[in-house]
Design a protein. Structure first.
Length: 295
């Protein structure tokens, strides 16, 4: 049995229902409900990689506002943002002066772009930087992700960036060695590592999909708890790993392929917080949802 409050759910039924959700939602027709839709506007793989990182970094809050700030930032970088970073001068401190998102001020956004510029100048790509600490046999990508994030923060110190940006920058680049679920880092890795399927990009070919960890947000946490993929209630890295381990029982090679589809249920409001008959009766996973069982 899969861990669940619903004692009638078995592995076979869970697999069947998750596959149904995957087939229904893991489609390019849904990418406009996600920041990944903006990344698909670029054709060059280097531009896609950079746009994916920036887009995942700001993937918190309302998707309409996320896409709005992303378009503003990427417009300032021009049609070929990766090339723009290679030619960027760190003296140009007014380029992003009118950019901000929620509590992230323009200085923090500018600092992020300067850090990425420095990384591209040193390594040529984010993939090259990440692979420096990657080992093929590692079970998960948490350790190489820690090293990758540390490289980014080291560039902040090397560039003597304004300390006033520290809070915003630390939020944009969370520390995977701590309890944070690091949803946005894991989202970026999903986008660039999973094969191209109309949603994900398949840019990094050297890393195995089985090493990925699910990008955990409130939607994924709620739904996965309701269908028995985790018993944990705290939204942290341990919950992300727990859900991923449950999904490995269904697909050992590509466990987080279900992420985009499951998250659509929450983002598109197809899965309410509580049982709502007119909505829940249309849900493809209602038979394995603990909320559907309740009167």
């Amino acid at each position: 049995m899969i861990l669940s409050k619903n004692k009638n759910i078995n592995q076979e039924l869970l697999e069947e229902k998750l596959e149904t959700v995957f087939q229904k939602y893991n489609r390019s027709s849904f990418i406009d409900s996600d920041p990944i839709g903006i990344v698909h506007e670029y054709k060059d793989t280097k531009d896609q990689e950079l746009a994916a990182f920036i887009s995942s970094t700001f993937a918190f809050g309302n998707v309409t506002y996320i896409r709005r700030v992303l378009k503003k930032i990427l417009k300032l970088l021009g049609k070929h943002p990766a090339e723009a970073l290679l030619n960027m001068s760190y003296r140009d401190k007014k380029l992003f002066k009118n950019c901000n998102y929620r509590w992230i001020n323009s200085e923090a956004i500018q600092s992020l772009i300067f850090i990425l510029s420095s990384i591209y100048k040193k390594y040529g790509s984010l993939e090259n930087c990440f692979l420096k600490e990657y080992e093929e046999e590692t079970e998960t990508l948490r350790d190489p992700l820690i090293h990758f994030r540390n490289k980014l923060m080291n560039e902040s110190r090397n560039l003597n960036l304004n300390v006033k940006t520290s809070k915003g920058l630390h939020y944009l680049l969370p520390d995977p060695s701590k309890s944070s679920a690091c949803k946005r880092f894991n989202l970026f890795l999903r986008w660039v590592i999973r094969p191209s399927d109309g949603v994900d990009l398949g840019l990094w070919r050297s890393i195995k999909t089985k090493q990925l960890t699910i990008p955990l947000d409130t939607h994924i946490a709620k739904i996965c708890f309701q269908i028995g993929l985790t018993k944990r209630k705290a939204i942290n890295y341990m919950m992300a790993e727990d859900i991923t381990n449950s999904l490995r029982k269904i697909d050992p090679i590509d466990p987080i392929r279900f992420d985009f589809a499951i998250s659509r249920l929450g983002i598109l409001r197809h899965c309410p917080k509580k049982k709502v008959i007119r909505i829940c009766c249309e849900c493809p996973i209602k038979e394995i949802c603990v909320n559907w069982e309740r009167n």
